[in-house]
Design a protein. Structure first.
Lengths: 553, 452
């Protein structure tokens, strides 16, 4: 063997060994500080440049390379980084924990803080025509000067999209996201005045003044619902701040110093895998997110919004009438490639969906809905990076959304006495339950973990089955194992318990300053769920719960 | 004992230089190991530190199973290749978006004609037996100059193979509509085979120049019912590319003597369309009957009549997503002077219009029969897989028609139902060849016109 080859062998061996050297070893150890409840990412930053959404590039990436990467990459995404020691997402400019203490009345008030909306402030002055998107519309200002973007339903599919938008927006707001104040509104032609500076696209790359013919033409193409000739629309309030484009699927925004966590590693965004499935938010793409450069208390920073929800629920189906929506990407290479040799012999869920239960709700149903099978229209890297721990957290958040919350949100659809409200409520509730059932089974669903209580000769560790707490049926059996700081087993604790919670003999941890209880659950079919680990540290006077890891994350 | 591959260490004494290299490699290995280990290490962080709110002594590591990492190294090789292939279009899209190239191009290709918006766009089709069949640009305008008709101007230039210019106006109003078309075309190396199912070795090529003008009236008394009356003038000339004279010398097996022809014709068509979704139908059927007289205006060609009948039927096998599509097509010509009917006006099968899997215009004669069966299954929205078979033949008389004289072809098609037209990618295998087609034309298209 030549010297060159020898050197190559040595170098290759070093590389290989180096590759493995960082693997395995001790489990992570938590420190003693209190859990982070807020991430300070609202520090003053310079105004960033506006990021454009490059549609064609996005589609090539989403429908081509990214689908292949997802299928070929055997290494799953890394752990979420916007998570505190208890596995929760702290408040930030991306997310606010609000569902836990949110009343139905507060949900009705929504992000607008109870603002009555533009209907009380007519006439509306049209300041421009909407360009782009699936549905036609215009931008108007009410008599207070507040601006709204006004969108309509498609002919042949009345009400569905203008009902879906406000409901989905309000529910996502309740779950913790920043969204605009969307609402269904009614107006008459006489309520519209064309502003002096209102302009529209002339179809030749230029601009021209908006005319009465533009408005009449637009209204002629939208469904007039009321017998009195009034029109139904979705009005979305303009957000405070300067829009600087949507946020990317991957990485951070280089011109925002507050943006330190790669977006694909944000649990709050990965959770849209779960919330999106529930709401059938298939139009989850960069174009429907928005960074706003806002000023609060003398600080200028970016706040991150989700926008454009009229494609949720049955909204996208109303526009395209494709039952596949929610079950495959717009261009799904997997469906194409694997579908050819199958010769149509495999029956897919969406082929059996049938017709909508109610014409004003569209094809949004719960009976065949399978959260595990749900897909947005585009491959969204944040959604596809969701790990079991992220899905479990989203399931926990969703389980706190009550039937009353849903009823309050559905009122915003203003569906009248058609019976559609009852159908929409029922489907939302049933889908929520299915989603929660699925999400809470992604890891061993042990919750309500707390500091151990020292009793005579033992430590009592409280815990609860998340499914039971969420009011869902549970067939799970729990077992636990005790580990020391180095990950060495100190022995099993319980076997086949129907409820978590156990007693640890004090002598088992007598010589330790740190121990871990690793919970495992298996369901009636024998499937073992990924573990949940509770980490306990001996503090000055007592043992203390310092961290929770689910599926190692 | 000597470890395989390490004999070199024992056989020769290690020199100082080698020792230094070995030491350098060890140091490198150590550094790499330390670097890899450091990846998983870290310092204790404050819980208030917004970059690591988890509160662990060291950040959690990503999945690092050695087997998976090794699998990634192997599996990602093809991915790297695909990324490389996609790099160019992605960058192009990036520049397109950044500098608004396509919107500027659209603006350039969209112009006013009077007060009417006119658009310019490309079109193409490909057949493996004839190469790039059509590639050019089309200008279209709706309600052209307020006539209520749609205008389409098309021109195609594929080297010297096929030059094409056409102008069309069509008003699709109901119940009465009309159409006006004109076309000038030159096709080089137009293939000619002998009559009937002759050997494919009997192929000759000729240049064909053609000018056609058509005017038609359309009557649609009811949805799915259409009657059309079309009058036309056609002037065609065939040239031997090698200037052999007369043409009959160049094409000794050809039956027709007509190389220059002028026709004035009248054609009637009746269409009953009960399909539920055009070419992507899952139910219903259609019937099309056509007949026409073709009066010769030149001494070398003869008058003739042509007739055709087409029936389609769609059987929904399951949930409108698995469909059996059936088609039967028959065509016949009648003339008192067969020698005077130009070869190009005969019944011709082969290519994407019928008998896919054989080269274009492979079979020609006075009568023709073609049956097609397609099993269509939905892959995903807008995308269909189609397995098909075509079986057909040509003959001088109906009673001499023998389907068994030719073998059926089998093929597979990937069909995209776009908003305006289907895009078809078809591959078909016959005993003679394997043919590949990409284009917008489907054999089930009921609005295709008889090729003149």
């Amino acid at each position: 063997m030549s010297r060159g080859r020898r050197a190559c062998v040595l170098f290759g061996s070093a590389l290989l060994l180096g590759q493995f050297a960082g693997c395995g070893g001790r489990p992570p150890v938590f420190t003693e500080e209190p859990p982070v409840t807020r991430i300070d990412d609202e520090r003053n930053v310079a105004e960033p440049d506006e990021h454009e959404f490059w549609r064609m590039r996005h589609h090539i990436h989403s429908f081509g390379a990214e689908q292949l990467r997802q299928r070929l990459d055997p290494v799953p995404a890394g752990p979420a980084e916007d998570v505190n020691r208890l596995g929760k997402v702290p408040d930030s400019s991306w997310f606010t924990n609000r569902i836990e203490h949110l009343s139905s009345q507060e949900l009705r008030a929504g992000p607008g803080g109870g603002d009555s909306g533009p209907e009380d402030f007519r006439p509306w002055t049209i300041v421009g025509m909407k360009s782009g998107g699936r549905n036609p519309g215009f931008v108007f200002a009410d008599t207070r000067g507040r601006r709204y973007i006004c969108k309509f339903d498609k002919v042949g599919a009345p009400v569905i999209a203008t009902a879906a938008g406000p409901v989905a927006a309000r529910l996502l707001w309740a779950l913790g996201y920043f969204v605009p104040d969307d609402r269904a509104v009614f107006f008459e032609r006489g309520d519209l005045v064309i502003g002096a500076d209102a302009e529209a696209d002339d179809g030749f790359g230029g601009r021209r003044p908006v005319t009465d013919a533009d408005i009449d033409g637009l209204l002629a193409g939208v469904p007039a619902l009321q017998a009195d000739g009034s029109y139904r629309a979705l009005a979305s309030a303009f957000l405070e701040g300067k829009p600087v484009g949507g946020y990317a699927y991957w990485g951070t925004r280089k011109d925002d110093l507050n943006d330190t966590i790669p977006h694909q590693n944000r649990r709050s965004l990965r959770a849209l895998r779960v919330f999106g499935a529930w709401l059938n938010h298939v139009d989850l793409k960069i174009d429907n997110t928005l960074d706003l450069y806002v000023e609060e208390e003398g600080r200028r920073f970016l706040r991150h919004y989700l926008v454009d929800f009229d494609g949720c629920l049955g909204g996208y189906w109303a526009a395209r009438h494709e039952p596949r929506i929610g079950y495959a990407y717009d261009l799904d290479l997997g469906e194409l490639v694997t579908g050819v040799p199958r010769l149509g012999l495999r029956d897919r869920i969406w082929e059996n969906l049938g017709e909508p239960e109610h014409e004003l709700v569209g094809l949004y149903e719960a009976e065949l809905y399978d959260p595990a099978a749900w897909r947005p229209n585009y491959l969204n890297a944040q959604v596809s990076a969701a790990r079991p721990a992220d899905e479990f957290w989203a399931g926990l958040v969703l389980s706190q959304l009550s039937d009353e919350h849903i009823e309050a949100a559905v009122e915003l659809a203003r569906l009248g006495e058609s019976g559609a409200e009852r159908v929409l409520e029922r489907v939302l509730i049933q889908r929520r339950d299915k989603t929660v059932d699925w999400a809470l089974r992604q890891v061993t669903p042990v919750i309500d973990l707390a500091d151990p209580i020292a009793e005579a000769g033992h430590l009592r560790l409280s815990a609860m089955d998340a499914l039971v707490k969420a009011g869902r049926p549970s067939d799970l059996r729990f077992s636990a194992e005790l580990l020391n700081r180095e990950g060495r087993s100190l022995g099993g604790l319980t076997q086949e318990a129907t409820q978590p919670g156990l007693v640890v003999p004090a002598d088992r941890v007598a010589g330790e300053d740190y121990f871990v209880v690793r919970w495992l659950a298996h369901d009636a079919r024998g499937r073992v769920l990924p573990s949940t680990e509770a980490h306990y540290l001996r503090a000055e006077t007592a043992w203390k719960l310092v961290g929770i890891l689910r599926d190692g994350q | 004992m000597e470890l395989p591959g390490f004999g070199w260490a024992r056989r020769k004494p290690v020199t100082v230089q080698q020792s230094r290299r070995l030491a350098a490699c060890c140091v490198l290995w150590l550094l790499l190991s330390l670097w890899a280990a450091a990846e998983g290490a870290g310092t204790a962080v404050s819980a208030a530190d917004s970059t690591n709110p988890r509160g662990t002594e060291r950040p959690l590591r990503a999945e690092c199973s050695p087997l998976r990492q090794a699998g990634r190294a192997v599996l990602f090789l093809p991915y790297a290749g695909i990324r490389t292939v996609l790099w160019a279009p992605e960058q192009l899209a990036f520049f397109d978006a950044r500098y608004e190239l396509s919107s500027r191009m659209v603006a350039l290709l969209t112009f006013r004609a009077g007060q009417y918006k006119t658009e310019l766009g490309p079109f193409f089709s490909y057949e493996s037996s004839t190469g790039l069949g059509l590639a050019g640009a089309a200008i279209g305008a709706r309600d052209w100059f307020g006539s209520g008709a749609d205008m389409k101007l098309k021109f195609s230039y594929v080297g010297s193979r096929r030059n094409y210019f056409s102008f069309g106006l069509e008003r699709e109003a109901s119940p009465f509509g009309w159409q006006l078309d004109g076309k000038i075309e030159r096709r080089a190396d137009h293939p000619f085979y002998g009559l009937g199912p002759q050997s494919s070795d009997d192929r000759f090529d000729a240049d064909r120049d053609q000018a056609t003008v058509e005017a038609g009236l359309r009557f649609t008394p009811h949805s799915g019912v259409e009657a059309r009356l079309t009058g036309y003038f056609d002037d065609t000339e065939l040239d031997d590319p090698e200037d052999a004279d007369p043409v009959s010398t160049a094409f000794p097996t050809l039956w027709s003597r007509a190389t220059d022809s002028q026709y004035v014709g009248l054609e009637a068509q009746f269409l009953l369309d009960g399909r539920n979704d055009g070419d992507f139908s899952s139910r219903g059927g259609a019937l099309r009957l056509m007949g026409g007289v073709n009066d010769s205006r030149s001494a070398s060609s003869a008058s003739y009549e042509h007739y055709s009948a087409e029936a389609q039927y769609f059987v929904n096998l399951h949930d409108d997503t698995r469909v059996l599509a059936l088609r039967a097509y028959g065509e016949a010509l009648e003339s008192r002077d067969w020698d005077g009917v130009p070869y190009t006006n005969l019944v011709r099968f082969g290519g994407s219009d019928g008998l896919r899997g054989y080269s274009r215009y492979r079979f020609a004669d006075r009568q023709g029969l073609l049956v097609t069966a397609e099993y269509r299954y939905l892959l995903t929205t807008h995308w269909q897989g189609r397995i098909f078979t075509d079986w057909g033949s040509v003959a001088p008389k109906w009673k001499l028609m023998r389907l068994a004289q030719t073998d059926p072809i089998f093929g597979f098609a990937l069909a995209l139902e776009s908003h305006r037209f289907p895009l078809l990618m078809q591959i078909a295998r016959s005993p003679e060849s394997t043919e590949f087609y990409v284009g917008t034309h489907s054999i089930f298209d009921l609005h295709s016109r008889r090729e003149r």
